[in-house]
Design a binder for this molecule. Structure first.
Ligand SMILES: NC(=O)c1ccc[n+]([C@@H]2O[C@H](COP(=O)([O-])OP(=O)(O)OC[C@H]3O[C@@H](n4cnc5c(N)ncnc54)[C@H](O)[C@@H]3O)[C@@H](O)[C@H]2O)c1
Length: 301
């Protein structure tokens, strides 16, 4: 008996890296999986049916149920067909995991419009496209334990300096997920984000030359498979109590991020702020409250 017996999942970006590990993990637990991947290069260029077909074949060879699909998530109509593929092949759709992604890293002052748009298109618009059509299906088929699991990144949450396009897309995905969590709960859907960390082609070159390089391929804690168990939990019918949250996963850890919340608040005594009071009260109340918990937050020396 698998923990996901009878459930049907779509995983985008499932031809490689974390998406492939998620698709395989879902299948091992008994889910039927549409293994969807365009087979694009890291920068989004090119198309290759090989990766998705190989992952689906690998799942089937191990006794699981999988169908390969090669949808480009930036294609709105194609995303509708992808939802239709799951329903036509396996009769339903319970779980949508949006993993597909690309990188075009540049500092903001060197970023072309094209590199900005390409990254927003795959991550944010791609997540919208599949989610939009899955949500229509879920709304029309109330009564399930439906799961939307969207992949975000610490790059967005903390603001990686050389990834303004990616950081914006990944924070956009959190906003989209929060909205879906609030709008779709009544149809049996939970919506959560996962911010992973794992050694894949996306992390090649990170940490090279450092004495302690956690991205070394031999480091099993950083294997994509180490991201999978919390994703399987979110995909299960048991996780209905968790909604509108961001989890971190990978490198041996499963983290629960705090949602955005007001940390301190100043209220004008008359209800109207004057500039002088705002200057002094903000300096007094907010400056002391900021503890600079990550290196990008530190003010310049
Ligand atoms: N690896 C990490 O440490 C890490 C950290 C934070 C976030 N992430 C996120 O996790 C997800 C998976 O990353 P990964 O490291 O496994 O990357 P990866 O490059 O190994 O896999 C990404 C997959 O997405 C597919 N893809 C790209 N564009 C597509 C499109 N338009 N339509 C359909 N498929 C498309 C690619 O073909 C590829 O197989 C991404 O969303 C990434 O941003 C990864």
């Amino acid at each position: 008996m698998g923990r996901l017996d009878g459930r049907v999942a779509i995983v985008t970006g499932a031809g490689r890296g974390i998406g492939a590990a998620v698709a395989e993990g879902l299948a091992v637990e008994g889910a039927s999986v549409v293994v969807s991947d365009l087979g694009a290069g890291l920068d989004g260029e090119g198309v290759d049916e090989g990766p998705a077909s190989e992952v689906a074949e690998h799942i089937r060879a191990a006794g699981g149920r999988a169908k390969a699909d090669h949808t480009d998530v930036t294609d709105y109509a194609g995303a509708e067909d992808l939802i239709g593929t799951a329903v036509a092949e396996y009769g339903r759709l319970d779980i949508l995991v949006n993993v597909a992604g690309i990188l075009r890293d540049k500092m903001i002052f060197n970023m072309s419009q094209e590199d900005w748009s390409a990254v927003i298109d795959v991550h944010l618009n791609g997540t919208f496209n599949t989610t939009r059509h899955a949500s229509s299906y879920w709304r029309a088929n109330k009564g399930g334990e439906y799961r939307l699991i969207n992949f975000t990144s610490g790059a967005g949450i903390y603001g990686a300096p050389s990834q303004p396009n990616y950081a914006a897309a990944k924070m956009g995905i959190i906003g989209l997920t929060m909205s879906c969590a609030n709008s779709l709960r009544r149809y049996g859907v939970t919506a959560n984000c996962v911010g992973p960390i794992a050694t894949t082609r996306m992390t090649e070159g990170i940490g090279s030359g450092k004495a302690l390089n956690q991205y070394e391929p031999s480091n099993k804690r950083m294997a994509p498979q180490n991201v999978v168990p919390p994703v399987l939990y979110l995909a299960s019918a048991e996780s209905g109590w968790i909604n509108r949250r961001v989890l971190g996963a990978g490198n041996g850890k499963i983290s629960l991020f705090a949602n955005q919340t007001v940390e301190r608040e100043l209220v004008a005594s008359t209800g109207i702020w004057d500039t002088e009071t705002a200057f002094s009260e903000m300096e007094g109340a907010f400056r002391a409250a900021i503890e600079y918990p990550n290196p990008f937050d530190r003010p310049r020396e």
